[in-house]
Design a protein around this ligand. Sequence first.
Ligand code: NAG
Ligand code: NAG
Ligand code: NAG
Ligand code: NAG
Ligand code: NAG
Ligand code: NAG
Length: 770
Amino acid sequence: MFHLLSVLIFFLLVNTCNSSNTFIALLDPLLKPSPFLSHELWYSSIVSSSSSSSIIHVYNAPIHGFSATLTPDQVKSIRKLPGILSLFPDRVLHLHTTRSPSFLGLELETPNPFILNTSQSNSIIGVIDTGIWPEHPSFSDHNLGPIPAHWKGQCENGFRFNHTNCNRKIIGARFFSGGYEAWFGKSGAPIIEFRSPRDSDGHGTHVASIAAGSPVTGSGFFGFAVGLARGVAPRARIAVYKVCWASGCLLSDICKAFESAISDGVDIISLSLGSSRLPFYLDLLSIVSYRAFSHGIFVAVSAGNEGPELASVANEPPWVTTVGAGTIDRDFPATIHLKNNVSIHGKSITLMQDDKLIRKYYYPVHSIGKFNSSSKFNFSGQLVEGKIVFCQAEGHVARLSLGAMLKRARAIAMIVSHGNVDPNGIVSEPHVIPTISIGGLEAKKIEKYILSNKNPRAKVCSQGTISMHAKPAPIVASFSSRGPNSLVPGILKPDIIAPGVNILGAWTDAMGPSGLALDYRRSSFNIMSGTSMACPHVSGAAALIKSNHPDWGPNLIKSALMTTSTNRKHYYDRHKQISGSLMHISDESTGNAATPFDIGAGHMLPIKAMDPGLIFDLGDQDYVSFLCGLNYTKEQLQIVTGKKSHCSNEQDTWQLNYPAIAVEAERVRHGPVVITRKVKNVNKGSRIYKAKLVGPKGYYKIDVKPKRLKFSGVSERLSFRVVVEKENGMQKGKNLWFGALIWREKGGKHNVKCPIVIFCGKEYLNGLKN
Ligand SMILES: *[C@@H]1O[C@H](CO)[C@@H](O)[C@H](O)[C@H]1NC(C)=O
Ligand SMILES: *[C@@H]1O[C@H](CO)[C@@H](O)[C@H](O)[C@H]1NC(C)=O
Ligand SMILES: *[C@@H]1O[C@H](CO)[C@@H](O)[C@H](O)[C@H]1NC(C)=O
Ligand SMILES: *[C@@H]1O[C@H](CO)[C@@H](O)[C@H](O)[C@H]1NC(C)=O
Ligand SMILES: *[C@@H]1O[C@H](CO)[C@@H](O)[C@H](O)[C@H]1NC(C)=O
Ligand SMILES: *[C@@H]1O[C@H](CO)[C@@H](O)[C@H](O)[C@H]1NC(C)=O
């Protein structure tokens, strides 16, 4: 026993060492000893002490340094060398798709009622993901003008990919696998996965088409969501950076992709993956995204799929735009007719409408019970052949694999319960077996029927795709990660929500829609869900804004998207953008009105964001004061910003000129808290704005000073203060306050909204840990 245990421990140790010996070294380029003619030679001399070490990537800008496999002894000695700012262990990050272990979502035509009718667009979106399927019609360059003059990137050759695969839509494509191969080994995978920008997974192709896909008519997924598919910014250009491979995405490769994207001249970076809960100076993703921001690049990132847990949001830095996921106004209804005349409503994108056999006959129903993430699938003893199989597979269960196993066991169809979710939020999955997905309440009805009947039978049928014009969207998806921001409570996260449930997008030819090896279907479109799909909607919107306002930097675009977003449900209308605005956006997981912890400022409305009226702008110096407020040392400050700066003006984090206000209740306990913000008028002529506060009465007294802002011309900046005081003492559990400050233009159309949140950080964050 003892012997076995020590073998096991040895194995674990060896494994840990093997899997964590790639490091990323950040150096101060100014400290290069003069004998070295280049930085590269300097870096080589640092790692050359061991013959097994070799440099994987050299970083030239915006971060300076290298990645390499290092022995523990090297790590110790390198840390002490002059010029070394920091040494980060490499890490594997994962895409924010719901597909992987749990829900795989699917389908819907991208709702792009806000297409800008610009004749050309010179905005370039860098998509850092799994690559692209370049032959897809979504990436046709028909009618696009010449490649934007500011593009300096390249189209890299590789397995089944060369420069002929780039065009005026896909203007550049590269791949980065050095970090991945050092971590996981080369082992044959390069061919299967295409050691090139070509996408063998589908995710990158999907995301790129959501952001900037060209219009494709008659698209759809096996007869569902048929119609015109196009990206949010159909005329924007795509630059592909492939960093994600079968087992994940290495931080060292992602950093290299950021470096390329910045030097290539992208305007926007779209990143559907993330990291969280590491102080910014320890988190390379925060660091490289800061540097991208400094270069004027708008960075959109996904919030993560860890909801509805509070404080689950990833990608916390204020310099990125963090995107949560909502539903859209499409539905794929399907019905289960039980033999006792009870009908059950669900969703399906895999029941063919013309499948008369299934529509017509009642088939025996067999329950295989409940599944969770630790269940083993084994149907060998069970008779599922020729039956409709009912199962309850909640949470992080590989439902697609379950469907595949049932198909192999010759079941005729599957009814699968996704648990207690709002029926509107059920993610439709591209199962290999005809499947109806239902919610927990409906599942109880079926369970009861099966238990009370010796010979339970049912027939199932699909109603196809309906556009729910009578049914407003969005609802915040349960899976969308929630605030508050556990790293910096003074910065509200997520920033915004965008469509992320059942989104139709382009798909690779190399993989079936379910992502299972045994799925031999091929579809040029697929339906997926996740904040992964929400993020490129914001990237596309940013590209539209950038085309209209080429001089706007990332913070202006972000401010415009946030202050013009809506917290109301609305009907999408293809032609009119919005035809109605109704009640508050609700939270799928509770049915209640969504809070800023669920939706940030609200759901994006790109057309409105073109003309925001006022903007909250922010520059490098504001971020230095912000980082000083986090008590960062001079070295930590330099690691994040890449510059030597001093803390002369440290600010409380909530004082950052952010288009959202989040204050911890503990601060208010000791007296009034004064929050200062500054807004810039981006319209011509003189304009008057009046303050309107919305939110519940009681607990807090909130005041705005002044209540009126008079701008005499474009680019004028004016400040205002929001004063928060406690009212009648504080009560436990009542410290939470959600509201907003709206600056309404007098005699004009602009409404500039800034959400306000007061919450007890301790109660929330400590409560969560228990
Ligand atoms: C776009 O603009 C062009 C020229 O201004 C116009 O002819 C065309 O009808 C517009 N298209 C849409 C969909 O509004
Ligand atoms: C590039 O790819 C195209 C299409 O796959 C192929 O026809 C062509 O020969 C390739 N060119 C080079 C230089 O490899
Ligand atoms: C179901 O409806 C049919 C026709 O309406 C009727 O003949 C049958 O008795 C009903 N069955 C049950 C179990 O109610
Ligand atoms: C999974 O289900 C089994 C049996 O129903 C149960 O014992 C186990 O606790 C469940 N695990 C989780 C993680 O829910
Ligand atoms: C599945 O269950 C059967 C008996 O019910 C058993 O013989 C078989 O080995 C199991 N298969 C797996 C893969 O566990
Ligand atoms: C920074 O340090 C000051 C003074 O010690 C302290 O009051 C403040 O809470 C610290 N801020 C953070 C974010 O830790």
